[in-house]
Design a protein around this ligand. Structure first.
Ligand code: HEC
Ligand code: HEC
Length: 214
């Protein structure tokens, strides 16, 4: 009787410890699985944010930001000085009737006179400004928020932004910016167009994350 009891007890204890071990192991497995999912999401976010910094370096380069001003005038040159001849924004970013942009800027660059050209040449709306009133480029997170705010960007989602970067005429112009009136060629953005599109794609696939600070 006692011996049987002892055996039953031992079997019970053994079963118990096996189950405890099994539960412990399987929970650890679950925790590890959860962790690896988080790590993958973190990596994607980190890649997306790194890709955004590349995109930002292009957006704030002179060929782009000269048209994305916060003031009532476009800018010129790598030092981003105010456009000559007192050119002003006008109601739709196209200048004023007596002196609108397309009276000088044609569909293509006019290299003999140094006037850059592209389809429907005009200033980006103020909602798409990437600088402050002192002509300083906004921070990476502020530009990111402006570009992704669908109330300010003509309702563009990530796909639409990618497409804009791939084939908008005024974006493409930045990689074919022509000659200045003094005959020198304008400088290019810091990435090639293909690199810029690839960085935009990575950022869009990560869900267009924006840096939190600043
Ligand atoms: C000649 C002026 C001009 C230049 C140069 C220019 N843009 Fe723009 N950009 C515009 C205008 C105007 C819009 C408004 C939408 C439209 O009419 O195409 C715009 C809109 C945009 C938008 C839409 C979203 C938003 O919130 O701003 C993006 C993104 C953009 N431009 C990127 C660029 C990049 C990148 C470059 C340089 C590689 C560039 N732009 C150069 C005039 C310009
Ligand atoms: C009187 C003719 C004239 C008018 C009108 C005019 N521009 Fe220009 N623009 C020029 C010339 C010439 C240049 C080249 C100046 C240089 O590179 O030194 C130029 C250069 C620019 C550049 C600089 C490109 C760069 O990255 O350096 C931008 C941007 C620009 N114009 C935007 C506009 C916009 C927007 C309007 C209308 C609101 C406009 N311009 C109206 C003649 C004009």
């Amino acid at each position: 009787m006692l011996a049987t009891h002892g055996l039953l007890l031992r079997v019970f204890v053994l079963t118990l410890s096996v189950s405890v071990t099994w539960i412990a192991l399987s929970t650890r497995g679950a925790v590890e699985l959860g962790e690896s999912k988080t790590t993958a999401a973190d990596a994607k976010l980190a890649d997306g944010l790194a890709a955004w910094e590349q995109v930002y370096s292009v957006l704030t380069s002179p060929r782009c930001i000269n048209c994305h001003t916060a003031t009532n005038y476009p800018q010129q040159g790598d030092d981003r000085h105010r456009h000559f001849a007192n050119i002003i924004r006008g109601p739709e970013g196209k200048g004023v009737p007596a002196l609108n942009c397309v009276s000088c800027h044609q569909e293509v660059n006019a290299d003999s006179t140094g006037v850059p050209g592209g389809h429907n040449w005009h200033l980006a709306p103020l909602s798409m400004r990437w600088q402050d009133l002192n002509d300083q480029a906004l921070s990476s997170s502020a530009v990111c928020r402006a570009v992704t705010d669908r109330a300010r960007n003509e309702n563009m989602d990530g796909r639409a932004l990618l497409k804009h970067h791939e084939d908008a005429a005024l974006v493409l112009w930045a990689w074919n910016p022509g000659r200045r009136p003094d005959g020198t060629t304008r400088t290019l953005p810091p990435l090639t167009h293909a690199e810029f599109v690839a960085a935009t794609r990575l950022w869009v696939e990560a869900g267009t994350p924006c840096p939190r600070t600043k």
